[in-house]
Design a protein around this ligand. Structure first.
Ligand code: ADP
Ligand code: ZN
Ligand code: ZN
Length: 817
């Protein structure tokens, strides 16, 4: 007997074992997909992990339905990497599998309903709704559940189906279907019958009265004269000048033959202009040499280069080296920083070798990149992608670059695996035995600490390219400005002056406000009531444009009421402000200027983001207002002023990383100013202008920020010297959640004593009607991480054994950021 262990795409701790025949066992390899039955009626796509001859001990192995691949779609490197990920981030291998492959690789199972032909139906015994379904099945052999739903005009059709099953009127069929359809392109060729000289001559003669048709035939030869490639139908249309109908007529007469070929969707289009790789300046060259030197004896090196120092050019050199050696290069960026700006720059150097892997691409495009990487095609030799690009089937990685390594969005938050792409990339580099470069103008405390401790190498560029000075920074005290009545809306006098100067000089301005919408709170000035989200513990944000109140956590929205819902007064006031309000104020303050806004609300859709960036680049916009989307590695030429509308919300965030984040964010936004020639200017408005972090930002003093943060983190036992695991409990009943979290925390305290914090409510303690509570486990240096995790898992086992806690969700976030 032969068996396979498979990974199912669900949160199951263990492998599942199925029976296969001897021939199947010989054919199957780890990394191939199989369709398998699971539970009563489910069908899943599973991934073969191991082929063996040991039957499972506690259950009878079922047979697989069928084999779905001819060769593995997942390789051994990936399986190792995924195993590490599941173990490290405390989730199941199935969850990693689900998140790692394009969703179309996981065939869906859909219930189909068929007429039970082996049973004589007594029509009179059927109820009305049952009869409707029965009747529909006379006309149509197969129905899907949602079709039944519209036939009987009910949402919940399971009871009807259930009765029909009992009366043996119908049978169910689970069927899998492949979602992925490769894109096919149409090509034409001359039919076989006309390949010889003679037959061709006869043909052309017969077409003398159809000059368009003979022109088409001649065009075929014209095209073939230029290139031996297959001829696209579209191309023939263009060259011959004939219409679709003419070509169609020829196909119908069997003179031409049309056929289709599968083509890649992610072709790099446009001519490959030969760009010379730029020669590095002296500082870039020193950094590159340092990187090479470090790579000799260190796996990881950090490139700490100030904004606009030309890090990208250094990456280009390293990538060039890597592909010269015939190896694959992976370039990771935060999702949001993956802009055409950068992609175009890299494509200019490397042409078709660059593939992009991006969540905004559709599933077909992603499958094509996957297959190209799997087949080690040269067109996917360099992959630029967001964090999920880590999961591609690389077999020969020579270099990994993690740009903007400090970015928190490298950490996946939901669903599991809650991995950090930078850290997972380092493990991937280990598996492929290659080097990895982390790059940033504001390195994370962790990475910088690792260079200090000697674990990572360090290379630095301290000057901006072209010796442009770092922007000049100015703090504006909002308290004082308010007192002196110098404010116009949310603009201080200084900021207004500087905007005016920039506009007069024909330069562009970026304004940063870390909140979208018009105002985060609408409040009744009579009774103090402010509208809350019914599903979450948070007030609704006012969006003036749509006259709506919206919840940013669950998407709930309602029209803005004319009067207070509690007391009926119409004296409604707003508190706080978002990007929308800044934009509105600009319209009155600078009516001549063209303003635009870049935040989640204005950048939806595949190209929403690109459009704004391009318009700004081409100077169709004078002032761009935006959230932190603005900070991510954008290179604009003509921005001379950056204004931070309010630094305070960044300073007061309740998180041990708030100060580090604030430093990074402000430095990065400021870095958009004055990237060429003229020195840029940055104005930071704040009610706390004497705050230490703001001082460090304005003096570009990363070192003291680092020292101070390290000191605090050591004091309070936070990373990098300690590790943390955050455990979130989630349930819709308030009391049960409290009890359960308390129970779990007691167990943790028994095991780890004082290094357990909580349970505590997060700032938003209810989201989508689920209450949340967090416990933080701190793991001091020297305490084994894996033993700690096993201990936590043991506590979870006994927790699950308490019946009233079983429905409470327990979510692990290892290295929570
Ligand atoms: P960073 O990523 O460090 O912020 P970039 O790589 O975007 O900086 O470089 C900033 C600007 O300087 C870009 O417009 C880039 O084209 C230019 N630049 C950088 N290095 C060179 C070089 N060696 N030769 C010419 N231009 C360069
Ligand atoms: Zn009121
Ligand atoms: Zn909500």
């Amino acid at each position: 007997m032969y068996f396979i262990d498979v990974i199912l795409p669900i949160p199951l701790e263990k492998f599942f074992t199925y029976r296969v025949s001897e021939t199947e066992a010989e054919f199957l390899e780890p990394g191939m997909r199989v369709g398998v039955p699971f539970g009563k009626s489910k069908v899943y796509t599973a991934l073969v992990f191991k082929v063996h001859r040991t039957p499972p001990e506690i259950y009878e192995a079922k047979e697989i339905h069928r084999i779905l691949d001819e060769s593995p779609i997942v390789n051994a490197f990936q399986l190792k990497h995924w195993k590490w990920m599941a173990q490290y981030y405390m989730c199941s291998l199935g969850e990693v599998f689900r998140s790692a492959v394009p969703s179309a690789f996981l065939l869906e199972s859909e219930t189909l309903i068929l007429r039970n032909t082996s049973h004589e139906v007594d029509e009179l015994a059927l109820k009305d709704d049952e009869f409707l379904v029965f009747e529909a099945l006379q006309h149509q052999s197969i129905l899907k559940v949602h079709e039944v739903s519209s036939i009987v005009d009910k949402k919940n059709v399971l009871p009807v189906l259930h009765r029909l099953l009992q009366k043996k009127v119908i049978v169910l069929k689970e069927e899998m279907y492949e979602q992925y359809k490769p894109k096919l392109e149409r090509f034409v060729k001359l039919s076989h019958a006309y390949r010889s000289e003679e037959s061709l001559e006869t043909l052309l003669e017969s077409l003398t009265r159809a000059p368009q048709q003979s022109q088409v035939i001649l065009s075929i030869f014209q095209i073939q004269g230029m290139s031996k490639k297959p001829i696209k139908t579209k191309e023939l249309e263009k060259v011959s000048g004939a219409s679709k109908a003419v070509i169609k007529a020829l196909i119908e007469k069997d003179i031409l033959e049309e056929y289709t070929i599968k083509v890649d969707r992610v072709n790099y289009e446009g001519e490959h202009e030969e760009y010379d790789v730029k020669s590095l300046n002296e500082y870039q060259q020193i950094a590159l040499d340092d990187i090479h030197r470090n790579f000799n004896d260190k796996r990881v090196t950090l490139l700490y280069g100030v904004t606009s120092s030309g890090k990208t050019e250094v990456y280009v050199q390293l990538i060039e080296n890597c592909i010269q050696l015939g190896k694959q290069a992976l370039y990771l960026l935060p999702e949001i920083a993956l802009t055409t700006q950068l992609i175009t720059r890299l494509q200019a150097y490397f042409g078709e070798k660059v593939s992009v892997y991006h969540s905004k691409y559709n599933v077909q495009e992603r499958i094509e990149v996957w297959n190209n990487v799997l087949a080690q095609k040269s067109k996917a030799q360099i992959v630029i992608g967001a964090r999920s690009a880590l999961f591609l089937p690389f077999s020969n990685v020579g270099l990994i670059i993690v740009d903007e390594e400090h970015e928190g969005s490298f950490k996946q938050f939901d669903p599991a695996p809650r991995y950090h792409a930078r850290d997972a990339a380092i493990v991937l580099a280990n598996l492929h035995d290659c080097n990895i470069l982390l790059g940033s103008a504001t390195p994370s405390i962790e990475s910088f600490y690792n260079t200090r401790s000697g674990k990572y190498g360090l290379a630095e560029i301290k000057r901006r390219y072209g010796n442009v000075l770092m922007p000049e920074m100015e703090l504006v005290d909002l308290k004082e400005q308010t007192r002196k009545k110098r404010m116009k809306g949310h603009f201080s006098e200084r900021l207004l002056e500087e905007i005016q100067t920039a506009l007069d000089e024909g330069e562009q301005v970026i304004l940063f406000q870390n909140r979208r919408g018009y105002a985060p709170i609408v409040e009744c000035s009579v009774c103090g009531h402010s509208p809350q989200c019914p599903n979450c513990d948070v007030s609704l944000t006012y969006h003036q444009y749509k006259k709506q109140l919206r919840c940013h956590y669950c998407g709930y929205h309602m029209a803005l009421q004319e009067s207070c819902q509690a007391c009926g007064s119409s004296a409604l006031d707003t508190k706080g402000f978002g990007t929308e309000q800044v934009e509105k104020e600009l319209e009155t303050l600078f009516p001549e200027a063209k303003t635009s806004r870049m935040d989640l609300d204005t950048t939806r859709g595949k190209h929403g983001y690109e459009k704004i960036i391009t318009a700004f680049e081409q100077q169709e916009i004078d002032i761009l207002v935006g959230t932190q989307m603005l900070t991510k590695g954008l290179d604009f030429r003509n921005v001379s002023l950056v204004g931070i509308m309010s630094a305070d919300s960044l300073l007061n965030f309740p998180d041990y990383r708030a100060h580090e984040r604030c430093f990074q964010l402000l430095t990065q936004v400021a870095g958009r100013a004055g990237r060429t020639k003229k020195r840029g200017k940055v104005i930071i408005q704040s009610y706390n202008p004497y705050h230490q972090i703001l001082k460090q930002v304005t003096t570009h003093d990363y070192e003291s920020m680092f020292k101070e943060q390290m000191y605090e983190r050591e004091q309070y036992k936070y990373p990098p010297k300690n590790r943390i695991i955050r455990i979130t409990f989630k349930h819709k009943e308030y009391n049960r959640l409290n009890e359960a979290a308390e129970w779990f925390a007691r167990g943790l305290r028994k095991a780890f004593g004082g290094s357990v914090l909580g349970p505590e409510y997060p700032p938003v303690a209810r989201i989508r009607n689920q209450y949340l509570k967090n416990v933080m486990v701190k793991i001091p240096m020297g305490q084994s991480l894996s033993k700690t995790k096993s201990a936590i898992k043991r506590i979870e086992k006994s927790f699950d054994a308490v019946s009233q806690y079983r429905s409470v969700r327990v979510i692990y976030n290892v290295d929570h950021v």
